[in-house]
Write a protein of this length. Structure first.
Length: 202
């Protein structure tokens, strides 16, 4: 009886999660930020802004200080860019935090750890897609609905590893462009992610 109740509660939670994604609010950001310009054209590593990804559950939204480190000098070459940087400087001058809105998010009943995935060798693009090619990130540009079914398609795959890290194409930086599709390491092990319910549902 307890198992049936647990399954029923889990199904209701998944349905509510799906409903919230389909009927999500407009996630217009306070400053129109282009990942294509930053991570694509200028090849800024994902972890320069999302500095907690390899050491925390959350990847972290960049503080104003991170942006100012560059934009005290870089003022933009086009009027549109200059206007956005002016908006940024207003947050800096008034000592306010930029209220970035999360789009890639999970419901509260899901425990997801960025550091666990990053440190085993997964790349940002495995879950987030080629964000370095996108100007705006919305629900429509996400490569997945972050559903349990989608996660399980990866968790059930046996991944070849080299020294405990998943073997993958060589990138310029984590989340950056692929510079060599051939892995540089020879597999000497393998790993399969957990399918235990209690690992992701605390």
């Amino acid at each position: 009886m307890r198992i049936k109740s647990a399954i029923f509660i889990l199904m209701i939670g998944m349905m509510l999660n799906l409903f919230s994604v389909v009927n999500g609010e407009d996630f217009t950001q306070p400053i129109e930020f282009s990942h294509k310009t930053h991570a694509g054209t200028n090849e800024i590593p994902c972890e320069y802004c999302h500095s907690y990804a390899r050491r925390s559950i959350n990847s972290g939204a960049p503080p104003v200080e991170s942006c100012i480190g560059c934009h005290q000098v870089i003022k933009g070459t086009e009027k549109d860019q200059q206007d956005k940087i002016t908006q940024l400087m207003e947050y800096w001058d008034t000592k306010k935090t930029i209220p970035w809105k999360k789009i890639h998010d999970n419901p509260d009943f899901v425990h997801f750890s960025h550091k666990r995935h990053v440190n085993v060798g997964m790349d940002c693009t495995d879950c987030h897609g080629d964000i370095n090619k996108l100007d705006l990130i919305t629900f429509n540009t996400m490569i997945t609905d972050l559903s349990m079914g989608w996660c399980m398609t990866c968790h059930q795959v046996v991944q070849p590893t080299a020294n405990g890290k998943i073997i993958a194409p060589v990138r310029n930086t984590r989340g950056g462009a692929i510079i060599n599709t051939k892995p540089i390491n020879t597999a000497n092990g393998q790993i399969t992610a957990s399918t235990d319910c209690t690992v992701c549902h605390k």
